[in-house]
Design a protein around this ligand. Structure first.
Ligand code: SF4
Length: 216
């Protein structure tokens, strides 16, 4: 698309095409959970989520209009200011947006791209690792199942174990399976999750280690 064409587009159209995105936060830290635990990573937290988890710890992300809209060039330039070349795109719910343009540019600049998503919207983007964390509050879009490299189910009550099993039957056979205690209930639920994983060894435990380290 030519620059003059871009000038003619409204912000709404640019966001719809994925050339601009609402950014709630972007920061360099250590990935605290899942397959890449312990890796330095630049997190891009997109604003906007329509999933509505009752225990959500980033409810301020829900309303996309609250957050500044940046071009993908600005987003990538900010990421390049740090030495790590692993990017984690999260939210909010990042798949509310077309992530093809942003991930294409990130890959051109040499980044490894990860996403953390509830899968509630059609899949887009070029990702090296897809962490799919389905939520009961909004059904996943069918396009996520073939893409998931990791299934991470947050355990908030006992019925979440059967919810986890249901989804494990829908992902690829090499998808890594993880159960993660919801943070506010971790002391109560972790012993049950330990027992569950010992009896169902296709699963592993995921802990939010960044919360223990007191980093974002
Ligand atoms: S999908 Fe994530 S951001 Fe959205 S409500 Fe659930 S926990 Fe919060």
């Amino acid at each position: 698309m030519h620059t003059l064409d871009l000038v003619a587009l409204t912000t709404q159209e640019l966001v719809a095409s994925g050339l601009q995105l609402p950014i709630m936060d972007a920061f360099y830290t250590i990935q605290g959970e899942g397959r890449f635990t312990g890796y330095p990573a630049y997190f891009i937290r997109l604003g906007g989520c329509d999933v509505g988890c009752v225990w959500c710890d980033v409810k301020e992300s829900w309303e996309a209009a609250k957050w500044p809209v940046l071009s993908i060039e600005e987003i990538v330039k900010d990421a390049l200011a740090f030495p790590g070349r692993l990017v984690v795109i999260t939210g909010g719910e990042p798949l509310m947006y077309n992530l093809d343009p942003l991930t294409k540019l990130l890959k051109e600049k040499g980044f490894t791209t990860n996403i953390e998503t509830s899968g509630a919207h059609p899949f887009s983007g070029n990702f090296d690792w897809v962490c799919f964390s389905p939520k009961k509050f909004k059904k996943p879009h069918p396009s996520i199942y073939a893409q998931a490299d990791e299934l991470k189910v947050v355990i908030y009550n006992k019925s979440d174990f059967s919810f986890a099993e249901e989804h494990s039957n829908l992902v690829n056979s090499d998808c890594e399976l993880r159960l993660q205690p919801e943070w506010s209930k971790a002391s109560k639920l972790t012993p049950e999750i330990i027992d569950y994983v010992k009896n169902h060894p296709t699963w592993k435990i995921s802990l939010q280690t960044h919360k223990f380290m007191d980093i974002p």
